[in-house]
Design a protein around this ligand. Structure first.
Ligand SMILES: Nc1ncnc2c1ncn2[C@@H]1O[C@H](COP(=O)(O)OP(=O)(O)OP(=O)(O)O)[C@@H](O)[C@H]1O
Ligand SMILES: [Mg+2]
Length: 285
């Protein structure tokens, strides 16, 4: 059995947050009352004849952290990738319904997908730095998007992005070394720095800490907490405690459907749906 789902470790469902964060959490309004960054409306998705998402309607509030939880294969990654159209490249896919970014359909015919992926960045479970230097990893996006002029401006952007990703102090003396020489946790923060360098509005994180040790995981969680003041973050996690710690809102997916979404504290302590309760208490999943 998955250790994180064992009843003993699940017993206190309440998020272990600081008193300030507790107060902040209890003051949160329902997600639909906030400015929305991403909105899915009756969104369904198929890989060939296999339907992965069934009529998902969901609001992702701006500058908050929203966690997606649910058992393996329930469509979390598919949903995340549908937001910045990373699924586009897979043959035989189709969708119905719509997803909007600030009210503008990401699927409209004349949508510039490169621009979309600049606005909606992504960080994956397995960190995937380019086999280039630390500096070049961060500079790559701004370069291809022509965001800066000249080396001095690029230096500044690289430093700012690495600082925001809480990595600067660890790498500032070896910016020209290969990114592949960094530890797993550092590589993941480098990938976050790379995503931040193009000034996204939304950051999609697909199990960003699942391959990391507890110390590196804590760094990523602290970083998410810092970043949410500026960015909208949507994070997939299998770790229930992590969802409780880092997110403001949580959406529970099951077999391609959204079962419920609510304030994280409410969803973990007092879920409306029996399936949610069963999942968070480790009775299945
Ligand atoms: N590239 C693909 N081609 C065909 N089917 C796919 C593809 N990717 C995912 N699927 C199927 O779509 C469904 C949803 O998969 P998805 O990866 O979105 O689930 P998930 O909730 O992210 O699972 P996990 O927690 O294991 O990462 C599954 O049935 C999966 O087999
Ligand atoms: Mg997945």
């Amino acid at each position: 059995m998955n250790a994180e789902l064992q009843p003993s470790t699940m017993a206190p469902h309440r998020p272990s947050r600081s008193p300030g964060a507790e107060a902040e959490a209890s003051a949160l309004p329902p997600a639909r009352e906030l400015e929305s960054a991403v909105e899915a409306t009756d969104f369904s998705f198929w890989y060939g004849s296999n339907q992965a998402l069934d009529s998902i309607s969901l609001t992702v509030p701006a500058r908050k952290v929203t966690a997606l939880i649910g058992p393996s294969g329930c469509g979390k990654s598919t949903f995340l990738r549908s937001i910045n159209r990373m699924n586009d490249l897979i043959p035989g896919i189709r969708h119905e319904g719509d997803i909007t970014l600030h009210g503008d359909s990401v699927y409209r015919n004349d949508r510039d997908v490169v621009q979309l992926r600049k606005s909606v960045g992504m960080v994956f479970q397995k960190s995937n730095p380019f086999p280039k230097s630390i500096y070049q990893n961060v500079a790559y996006g701004p370069k291809v998007n022509r965001l800066v002029r000249g080396r001095a401006e690029m230096d500044e952007l690289v430093e700012r992005s690495l600082r925001r990703a809480a990595l600067w102090d660890e790498v500032k003396d070896r910016l020209d070394s290969s990114a592949l020489g960094l530890s797993g946790g550092q590589q993941q923060r480098l990938c976050i720095a790379r995503a931040l360098a193009v000034s996204p509005e939304v950051i999609l994180m697909d199990e960003p800490a699942s391959a990391l040790d507890p110390v590196a995981t804590q760094k990523i969680e602290e970083l998410i907490y810092e970043l949410k003041h500026e960015y909208t973050i949507l994070i997939v996690t299998h770790n229930m405690q992590q969802a409780a710690r880092v997110s403001d809102y949580t959406a529970f997916f099951y077999m391609g459907r959204l079962i419920e979404m609510g304030r994280t504290q409410q969803l973990f302590t007092n879920p409306h749906e029996e399936q949610t309760e069963a999942y968070i208490t480790g009775r299945f999943g």
